[in-house]
Design a protein around this ligand. Structure first.
Ligand code: NAD
Ligand code: DAU
Length: 352
């Protein structure tokens, strides 16, 4: 079996669903079910014996040790994290606790378990650490995209906590020989993303007749990747990634935020026109910028493409239309996750 952490969140649940659909080994899914974790994401697996869900914290040493031993885990795919930059600015402590301390405790449990395995199983064991391009900081307009050799320059409490976790993972390989592979991916979008992040937030607000908030001048650039393509890259890195190596993952799809929002408005105009016939762009509203806002991310994915043969299947145009259609077809899912806690966050963060 494999142990997936954070498998009730956006990317983790997409990964578990794709993994099992593709005939992968059974999964133990360890998730704390924070505001971002949602069991409804895993509803298609209800009653499926290949999926064992455990509600718990990656920082719970005894729980993790028991799961590793009792299920004879052969690989850990570590998604669990606090993942939202804006929340890390309002309250960084949970980010330190889960992303740094939690990853440290998970590594310790993995090391103890792995060290005691018989030789063949020890050789086959993998710890795949899922990380972000934000650890590299922010690019100037003419800078080349982030390569694996770029210096770490994290600029937010979120990216700093992820950078710290990457360093711990690296240290556990270098010092103890733990068989790790790290992936650093760009911005994901697709089904099951919590509507605090730009793309699902804009779709939800557009349909609800609410403002579409653009931070600052809206010219910040992100390199968007469809979530299914991130999952396929992780599967490749898990299967064939070289131990101790880092692989950057991205869609070669740099877009300014305002252009992403215009694209979403255009697709919504076609797929679900406003009752008054006006374009959704009328709802665009410029708001105060995010403090410390990184200006540009872009990924050089030549290493994973060259070494592991990975390429994305979706372009931004195909992936974004698929995504809009998914949200239009899953309005009850959106209604369920935008609970009281979600409304409190929106009221606090976008106040004024
Ligand atoms: P998410 O916020 O949607 O999901 C995180 C999941 O982790 C949730 O289900 C949550 O309940 C769980 N979790 C949080 N703390 C936990 C703890 N202490 N113990 C167990 N479970 C816990 O995040 P996401 O967008 O799916 O991101 C997943 C991973 O991918 C993160 O490590 C993130 O840094 C990384 N990543 C995300 C993106 C992106 O664009 N979303 C891009 C690159 C990398
Ligand atoms: O680059 C990978 C990272 O991408 C991941 O590590 C993070 O977990 C993930 O959340 C994402 O971080 P961003 O901060 O880039 O994503 P977010 O969707 O929050 O914002 C995308 C861009 O849109 C960013 O420049 C901020 C801007 N934005 C966001 C929101 C929520 C707005 O202009 N308005 C908004 O209301």
């Amino acid at each position: 079996m494999i142990l997936v952490t954070g498998g009730a969140g956006f990317i983790g649940s997409n990964f578990v669903l794709d993994w099992l659909a593709g005939g992968g080994e059974p999964v133990v899914n360890l998730d704390k079910l924070t505001y971002a974790g949602n069991l409804e994401n895993l509803a298609p697996l209800s009653g499926d014996p290949r999926h064992v869900f455990v509600r718990g914290d990656i920082g719970d040493r005894e729980l993790v040790a028991g799961l590793l031993t009792n299920h004879r885990i052969r690989a850990i795919v570590h998604f669990a994290a606090e993942s939202h930059v804006d929340r890390s600015i309002h309250g960084p402590e949970d980010f330190i606790e889960t992303n740094i301390v939690g990853t440290f405790r998970l590594l310790e449990a993995a090391r103890a378990y792995w060290s005691a395995l018989p030789a063949a199983e020890r050789d086959a064991f993998r710890f795949l650490h899922v990380s972000t391009d934000e650890v590299y900081g922010s690019l100037a307009p003419d800078d080349p995209p982030f390569a694996e050799t770029n210096q770490y320059q994290p600029n937010s409490p979120y990216s700093a906590s992820k950078a710290a976790s990457d360093h711990l993972v690296r240290g556990y390989h270098h010092t103890y020989g733990l068989p790790v592979v790290t992936t650093n991916c760009s911005n994901n979008y697709g089904p099951l993303q919590f509507p605090e992040k730009l793309i699902p937030l804009v779709i939800a607000n557009a349909l609800a007749g609410k403002p579409l908030p653009i931070y600052g001048d809206g010219r910040q650039i992100r390199d968007w990747l469809y979530v299914g393509d991130h999952c396929s890259a992780i599967r490749r890195a898990l299967a064939a990634g070289r131990l101790g190596e880092v692989y950057n993952i991205g869609g070669a799809s740099e877009q300014a935020n305002i252009d992403v929002v215009h694209t979403l408005c255009r697709i919504l105009d076609e797929e679900r026109p406003r009752a008054d016939g006006k374009p959704y762009t009328e709802q665009i509203t410029y708001v105060k910028d995010r403090p410390g806002h990184d200006r540009r991310y872009a990924i050089d994915a030549r290493k994973i493409t060259g070494e592991l043969g990975w390429t994305p299947a979706e372009t931004f145009e195909t992936g974004i239309r698929r995504t809009v259609r998914w949200y239009l077809d899953h309005q009850p899912w959106v209604a369920n996750v935008t609970s009281g806690a979600y409304r409190d966050w929106i009221a606090k963060h976008y106040a004024g």
